[in-house]
Design a protein around this ligand. Structure first.
Ligand SMILES: Cc1cc2nc3c(=O)[nH]c(=O)nc-3n(C[C@H](O)[C@H](O)[C@H](O)COP(=O)(O)O)c2cc1C
Length: 170
């Protein structure tokens, strides 16, 4: 297997982190570099990133997002902010930001860090509270929160191939 194949196979959502091990600025920057190498429709790059290590804000994420309780032990989070496109690229931002998100998750594995993709967009009940915490104003959209930290659990790889989901056309 190549290194990238192993990284893809090893990635799991991590929901428990070592609360005393910080994520450094250098580590955050490496994750953000990976994010910004993602493909996007017509290279529109419809994203911004909020890199959070402030404990108070990590706790606030858990307060408002019922499925982001792991933010309490995470020592960092990246909020991906979508910038909706107009014209020919309209509607592509979710795909573009999803690609950036996945780049972060995979780069984190390569760095020995754990992450969890916590969905925000398009859940109407989650977007306003995350927008408020991070002062994200329309038309910008809080797309997702990625919690980051040193894993304190080691779930086994569990992705699998399903041949029946593939139609081969030769
Ligand atoms: C769009 C999206 C939203 C998700 N939102 C959450 C979430 O809010 N909380 C959570 O714990 N996991 C969330 N996940 C993680 C999934 O539950 C997880 O990827 C899936 O169960 C497969 O497990 P794995 O990531 O360990 O392979 C989300 C994943 C995606 C792609």
């Amino acid at each position: 297997m190549t290194e990238i194949t192993e990284i893809i196979a090893d990635r799991r959502s991590i929901r428990r982190y070592k609360p005393d091990v910080p994520v450094t600025r250098e580590q955050m920057d490496r994750l953000l570099h990976a994010a910004m190498l993602a493909p996007s429709a017509r290279n529109s790059r419809p994203w911004e990133f909020i890199a959070v290590t402030k404990r108070e804000l990590l706790d606030k994420i858990a307060d408002v997002h019922p499925y982001a309780q792991m933010s309490k032990t995470a020592t960092a989070a990246i909020v991906i902010v979508a910038l909706p496109q107009e014209g020919q690229m309209e509607g592509y931002f979710a795909q573009d930001c999803g690609a950036a998100t996945q780049n972060i998750l995979l780069e984190a594995v390569a760095m020995g860090l754990g992450t969890c993709w916590c969905g925000v967009y398009p859940r109407e009940e989650r977007m306003p509270s995350i927008a408020e915490i991070f002062d994200i104003k329309a038309p910008k959209i809080p797309y997702c929160v990625i919690t980051v930290g040193t894993p304190d659990e080691n779930p086994s790889p569990r992705g699998f191939f399903e041949a029946e989901k593939v139609q081969y056309i030769d």
